[in-house]
Design a protein around this ligand. Structure first.
Ligand code: CP
Ligand code: NVA
Length: 298
C-alpha cells in the first residue's frame, strides 16, 4: 500500500496513526537494534521539517534512511522514473518522495514494489495533515464537530490534505480563498457537504476552533508569484481576523512562513493560541506511525 493522499487512509487508519504517534510521543520506545532495512528519501524540492522528521523517524525505528537529492541522482540526467522505481525497490523497504508533479509520484508508486509515501507534491501533503490532525486532537481531545478554517491559497497541497483528513474525521471544514484558487477535485469528492468554501475570511473564521494558513506562493509556483500575492492579499491572518474565532482557537501553520505576509507576527507568536512548533514536533511522531504501518507492518 502507498500513501499518496490522505484519501488512501480510512477514518480508522488515520485515528490509529494518530494514537500510535501519541504513544511514541509520550512513551517513546526507540529501537535498540537496527532492522537491517533502509528507506529512501527522495527530494526534488528543499525541505527542513519533512527531511529531518523522516530521517529521525527512521533512526528511531532502526531503519536506515538514505537521503537522495534528486539533482545528484541520474533522474537529473533523464533516467525514467519507472526505471528509478524498479531499481530502488530492490534496495530499500520504502520510498518517500517530494516531487513537483503529483503524476511523478503516481508513476513511482505504480512501478515500485515497496510502499511509496508522499513527502509533498503540488497537490497533496498527507504527512503534514497527519501531524496537523494529531495536533488538533491533542489540543481539543476530539476532531469531530470542530470548525476548522483554512485562510489563504485553497488550492495548496497543505489545504487539500488538511481538508481531506478533517472531513474524514467529521470536522466542519471551511476554506476562505479567492475563486481562482479552489481546492483539488479530490477534496470536493471526499468532503461533500462537510466543506464550506467562501471568498470571505471573516465568514470562514467565525467561531472557528482552528485557523490555519500556508504561504501565498508554494514551491514550484515562482512564475505566478506576483499574481498569487495580489490575489491573496485580503487573506492575511491578523489580529483583526482572529477576533472572530472561538475564544479558545488555535493558530496553525505548516511552516516555513513568509514573515509578515500570510500571518502577522503578533498572531504567529501568541503563545496562548499559536501551536505551530507543537505541530512541527508532531511531524516526527506521525512519520514514525506511518513508517510503522507501511514499512514495518506493525
Ligand atoms: N511543512 C513542511 O513540509 O516543511 P518542509 O518544507 O521544511 O519540509
Ligand atoms: N504549500 C507549501 C508548503 C510547504 C511545506 C509549498 O508547497 O511550498
Amino acid at each position: 500500500m502507498h500513501l499518496l493522499t490522505l484519501a488512501d487512509y480510512s477514518e480508522g487508519d488515520i485515528r490509529r496513526r494518530i494514537n500510535n504517534a501519541l504513544d511514541h510521543k509520550y512513551n517513546p520506545t526507540p529501537a535498540s537494534t537496527p532492522t537491517g532495512e533502509s528507506v529512501a528519501l527522495i527530494f526534488m524540492k528543499p525541505s527542513t521539517r519533512t527531511r529531518v522528521s523522516l530521517e529521525a523517524a527512521a533512526a528511531y525505528l532502526g531503519l536506515h534512511p538514505i537521503y537522495l537529492e534528486a539533482r545528484t541522482t541520474q533522474l537529473s540526467r533523464g533516467e525514467p522514473i519507472k526505471d528509478f522505481a524498479r531499481v530502488l525497490s530492490r534496495y530499500v523497504s520504502g520510498i518517500t518522495a517530494r516531487v513537483y508533479s503529483h503524476k511523478d509520484l503516481e508513476e513511482l508508486a505504480e512501478r515500485s514494489d515497496v510502499p511509496v509515501i508522499n513527502a509533498l507534491s503540488d497537490r497533496f501533503h498527507p504527512l503534514q495533515a497527519l501531524a496537523d490532525l494529531m495536533t488538533i486532537y491533542e489540543h481539543f481531545n476530539r476532531i469531530s464537530g470542530l470548525k476548522i478554517a483554512f485562510v489563504g491559497d485553497g488550492s495548496s497541497n497543505v489545504a487539500n490534505s488538511l481538508a481531506i483528513g478533517a472531513c474524514k474525521l467529521g470536522a466542519e471544514m471551511r476554506i476562505a480563498t479567492p475563486k481562482e484558487l479552489q481546492p483539488d477535485k479530490l477534496v470536493l469528492e471526499v468532503c461533500g457537504d462537510r466543506l464550506h468554501i467562501t471568498e470571505d475570511p471573516v465568514e470562514a473564521v467565525k467561531g472557528a476552533h482552528v485557523i490555519y494558513t500556508d504561504v501565498r506562493v508554494s514551491m514550484g509556483q515562482e512564475a505566478e508569484a506576483e499574481k498569487k500575492k495580489q490575489l491573496l492579499r485580503p487573506y492575511q491572518v491578523n489580529a483583526e481576523l482572529v477576533k472572530h474565532a472561538h475564544e479558545d482557537y488555535i493558530f496553525m501553520h505548516c511552516l516555513p512562513r513568509h514573515v509578515g505576509e500570510e500571518v502577522t507576527d503578533d498572531v504567529f507568536e501568541d503563545e496562548e493560541h499559536s501551536v505551530v512548533f507543537e505541530q512541527a514536533e508532531n511531524r516526527m511522531r506521525t512519520a514514525i506511525a506511518v513508517f510503522e504501518d507501511l514499512i514495518l507492518g506493525i
